[in-house]
Write a protein that binds this ligand. Structure first.
Ligand SMILES: *Cc1c(COP(=O)(O)O)cnc(C)c1O
Length: 383
């Protein structure tokens, strides 16, 4: 392998001249009476996109989750259920509130919450279930929402990785499809630079529950309750997780390209899928009938009998100047939690799973380089 091969990043945003112009305009003119203009525009664009009544822009998805859980009154002694395969950002806000994350096992095909395991983990202390649509893969929301109804527990969607993932409307149906994040009590999104749509750092909380929206809105305004006539008069301790108007201007310009950004993710996935998914023992992100996957992160899982290891693939990628990215570790295996070894699927997956590069401007020649490395590692591992 030649050292002259260009570096293939695993992710990188697509920022065009329109985005640069929008940010410049907001930096120049977005002050005084226009200081919230782009924020309000971005919120309106995003709630239309997600199909919810309300949206609140935030400085991060982590902040959006923190506020949403706080609005539910979650605190010490409470438990919140989420999948063991996750990024820490979905669990940290539970810990901020002094509550306990309960990590349950995932399904082998979607790598998302196993509803049967969720039901088994429910206790009188369970105050919420967080469904994270990992790598763009949709959780089984029908089953999770049914559990939420049966046990009277709010179901929340962390859709940070699921821009473009949705349930399609049946042919001829009157209602439109439903976007990830729009079905739970509230949904959260991330616009970190690695995500499908970016504002550099940023997030969004969406909900169609107007009472809940008012609660989060007050929290997001440092506890100032809507309708309060006294200036600088917070009625409770809130948060400061706001998005700046300049970031929101970037978000608006990205929203103008949202269909293109999602279509490109899907095209990149399709190219990998055509080359790799047919190989025996290889599986990739699923897309069940009646759904569309936004494919934020194309991911490959090798059956145990193939003998392919994460370490071998990581080393081969490094040698080929490809930014390799390992699958998430089980959160319960981290030092600050207690290992849940019974979560066999979550503990068995990461050693033989891998994320493939998928940024907007990735070329087919670069994808071919990635595919060649995967095939070479598979050939070398052949038992
Ligand atoms: C990226 C991500 C987050 C965190 O988003 P930030 O905007 O960085 O706070 C939360 N949950 C999931 C599933 C993510 O992928």
């Amino acid at each position: 392998m030649s050292a002259a091969l260009s570096r293939i990043f695993y992710t990188k945003p697509s920022i065009g001249e329109a985005e640069v112009a929008a940010v410049s305009a907001a930096a120049r003119d977005g002050w005084g009476e226009r200081c919230y203009e782009s924020i309000q525009q971005f919120e309106a664009l995003f709630r239309d996109f997600a199909g919810t009544k309300h949206a609140i822009a935030t400085s991060s998805c982590t902040g959006a989750l923190h506020m949403g859980l706080a609005a539910l009154g979650i605190g010490p002694g409470d438990e919140v259920i989420l999948a063991d395969i996750n990024w820490i950002a979905s669990a940290a806000p539970i810990a901020y509130l002094g509550a306990t994350p309960v990590f349950v096992d995932v399904l082998a095909d979607s790598w998302c919450l196993d509803p049967a395991k969720v039901e088994a983990a429910i206790t009188p202390r369970t105050k919420a279930i967080i469904a994270v649509h990992i790598y763009g893969n949709l959780c089984d929301m029908d089953a999770l929402l049914r559990l939420g109804d049966d046990y009277n527990i709010p179901v929340i969607e962390d859709a940070a990785e699921a821009v473009g993932s949705r349930w399609l409307a049946p042919a001829g149906a009157a209602r439109k499809g439903q976007h990830a994040g729009s079905r739970g009590l509230f949904g959260t999104f991330s616009f970190h630079g690695t995500k499908t749509l970016t504002t550099g750092e940023g997030g969004m909380l969406v909900t169609s529950d107007s009472d809940f929206y008012q609660k989060v809105l007050a929290l997001s305004n440092h506890g100032r309750i809507a309708g309060e006539s006294k200036q600088f008069w917070p009625g409770l301790i809130g948060f400061k997780y706001k998005m700046s108007n300049i970031q929101a201007a970037l978000g608006c310009a990205q929203m103008a390209r949202i269909d293109e950004l999602i279509a490109r993710k899907r095209q990149i996935f399709a190219y990998y899928h055509a080359a790799l998914a047919g190989l025996p023992g290889v599986s990739m992100n699923p897309q069940p009938a009646g759904t569309e996957n936004g494919y934020w992160m194309p991911t490959i899982v090798f059956a145990p009998e193939l003998g392919v290891s994460r370490e071998a693939l990581l080393a081969a990628c490094q040698a080929a100047n490809i930014d390799g990215r390992v699958f998430f570790w089980p959160l319960s295996s981290l030092p600050m939690f207690t290992a849940e070894a019974a979560n066999q699927t979550a503990y068995g997956l990461p050693a033989r799973a891998f994320n493939l590069p998928s940024y907007h401007d990735l070329t087919e020649a670069e994808q071919d380089r990635v595919i060649a490395v995967v095939k070479a590692v598979m050939a070398a591992a052949r038992p």
